[in-house]
Design a protein around this ligand. Structure first.
Ligand code: ZN
Length: 62
């Protein structure tokens, strides 16, 4: 499964349906998240990590 597909699954599991993808960036409520692989090894880890993409937000504000 691709990282993007995993992120989609993670978001939908959290009950969020109002989201979209801009290339590989997840956009939720106007906030952009980088989708990264997670290899922390936690038993409940789904292998994907969402990181707030602050650089993109700042760029949009300018
Ligand atoms: Zn993890």
């Amino acid at each position: 499964m691709t990282l993007k597909a995993r992120a989609k699954e993670k978001v939908e599991r959290a009950g969020i349906s109002n989201y979209s993808f801009d290339q590989d960036v997840l956009v939720m409520c106007g906030v952009r998240y980088s989708v990264e692989a997670c290899d922390c090894g936690e038993p409940d880890c789904d292998g994907v990590r969402l990181r707030k993409n602050l650089a993109a937000i700042n760029r949009n504000l300018q």
